[in-house]
Design a protein around this ligand. Structure first.
Ligand code: FES
Ligand code: FES
Length: 152
């Protein structure tokens, strides 16, 4: 079955008919051309698909699109929309916190939530918050540094 869902996506009202089984991740990537949100495991285990729903981080692969009625969704594409990079994006560049970049959108969306929710007071706290975001290139040390820098 299908249903209509209306929500705010990166500041814009979005309304479309979706199959009840469609994940937010597939909706973003396959119907809305927002491919910054990555598909790693498609099973809630890697964090590559992290976005914000009503200001909280979620795994887009585990979120059904039909559940988003009235919600406010922000993806990596929406983070820099006020002109220029978000401070955490700048910190990732300055701290050299990426190699291939595949995990980076998810790392940044998770990192922004880490800072906003007050979990960036120490490297240990950041590491714990970020433990669901896997980086196959092993950039963890610099990712933690970048989040620490942006939190100051
Ligand atoms: Fe969603 Fe891996 S793709 S957690
Ligand atoms: Fe390559 Fe993280 S930068 S997976």
């Amino acid at each position: 079955t299908t249903g209509r869902v209306t929500f705010t996506l990166n500041g814009r009202r979005t309304s479309l008919v979706v199959d009840n089984r469609t994940s937010l991740l597939d909706l973003l990537r396959e119907r809305l051309d927002l491919t910054g949100t990555k598909k790693g495991c498609d099973a809630g285990a890697c964090g590559a698909c992290t976005v914000h729903v009503d200001g909280r981080r979620v795994n887009a692969c585990l979120t059904l699109a039909v559940r988003l009625e009235g919600a406010e969704v922000t993806t990596i594409e929406g983070l820099a929309r006020h002109g220029g990079l978000h401070p955490l994006q700048r910190a990732f560049v300055e701290q050299d916190a990426l190699q291939c970049g595949f995990c980076t959108p998810g790392q940044i969306m998770s990192g922004v939530a880490c800072i906003h929710e007050g979990h960036a007071r120490s490297p240990d706290e950041i590491r714990e918050w970020m433990s669901g975001n896997i980086c196959r290139c092993g950039c963890y040390v610099n990712i933690v540094r970048a989040i620490g820098q942006a939190a100051r």
